[in-house]
Design a protein around this ligand. Structure first.
Ligand SMILES: C[S@@+](CC[C@H](N)C(=O)[O-])C[C@H]1O[C@@H](n2cnc3c(N)ncnc32)[C@H](O)[C@@H]1O
Length: 232
């Protein structure tokens, strides 16, 4: 992943507090008390979870973690760690959360297998993925030059191979986030910036999870579960 471009994307999205809250609302159900956030970035989503017993945010970028430390995340434990090979013991988390991070990974297998190792049996894994079948005229978007999109069957197969089972998914961003960050820059210093972001978020909320959105959305929000040992 291109970290510079990832950071500028986040800087844009941080202007949209309601966007972050909206993403979190899509994934909050079923997270337990002991949560690992993989790719916590600047900690905007981490900060919604600090009321839990244990929240650990990990990231491969020291700059992102430094930023996260300054954002009311003093109750979260933040660590420089790669989500594909962490230093945690097996089965210590109720849930793992991975928002906007898998897009930079060429192969989902190592990350999914590590998540499966870290979750207790029945533990939840919530994550987002860009949809390879998204409605293209609604804006292309890239978190970096090597951003990867995935299809639902490919995600399901990768989960399955790691011992995880897809429980449900939501389709969001019928209008892609490209609408937010493509024009946000131009509007940055004008009074139109906030109303623009609010309007894009409102339209997307309206279309969230509609049948067409589930097929052609920009982003999936998925919930998977760790299979009990011995089940197939
Ligand atoms: C687009 S940001 C998303 C940050 C945060 N989840 C959010 O939604 O605001 C992606 C983050 O994932 C981190 N990242 C990328 N690959 C990673 C890996 N293998 N392990 C841990 N973090 C990773 C990047 O450094 C970056 O901070």
């Amino acid at each position: 992943m291109n970290l510079a471009s990832g950071a500028s994307t986040l800087e844009v999205m941080e202007g949209a507090h309601r966007y972050n809250r909206w993403i979190f609302d899509r994934v909050r159900g079923g997270l337990g008390q002991r949560v690992l956030e993989i790719g916590c970035g600047t900690g905007t989503i981490t900060s919604f979870m600090v009321d839990r017993q244990l929240v650990v945010g990990i990231d491969v970028s020291p700059e992102m973690l430094r930023e996260a430390q300054t954002r009311g995340n003093d109750r979260a434990r933040l660590a420089l760690m790669d989500g594909t090979r962490t230093a945690f013991r097996e089965g210590v988390f109720d849930a793992a959360l991975c928002i906007g991070t898998l897009e930079g990974m060429a192969d989902l297998g190592p990350a999914f297998r590590e998540v499966a190792r870290l979750l207790k049996p029945g533990g939840r894994f919530v994550f987002t993925s860009f949809n390879v079948h998204r409605l293209r005229p609604c804006g292309t978007y890239r978190l970096g030059p090597d951003t990867r999109d995935h299809s639902l069957p490919a995600l399901e197969a990768a989960l399955d191979g790691a011992g995880l089972r897809l429980v449900r998914f939501h389709g969001t961003f019928f209008l892609s986030p490209g609408f937010v960050w493509r024009y946000h820059g131009a509007l940055r210093w004008t009074a139109l910036r906030r109303p623009y972001i609010a309007a894009v978020v409102a339209v997307n909320r309206l279309l969230d999870d509609a049948a067409a959105t589930r097929r052609r959305c920009g982003q999936f929000v998925l919930l998977a579960e760790k299979r009990p040992a011995g089940s197939s």
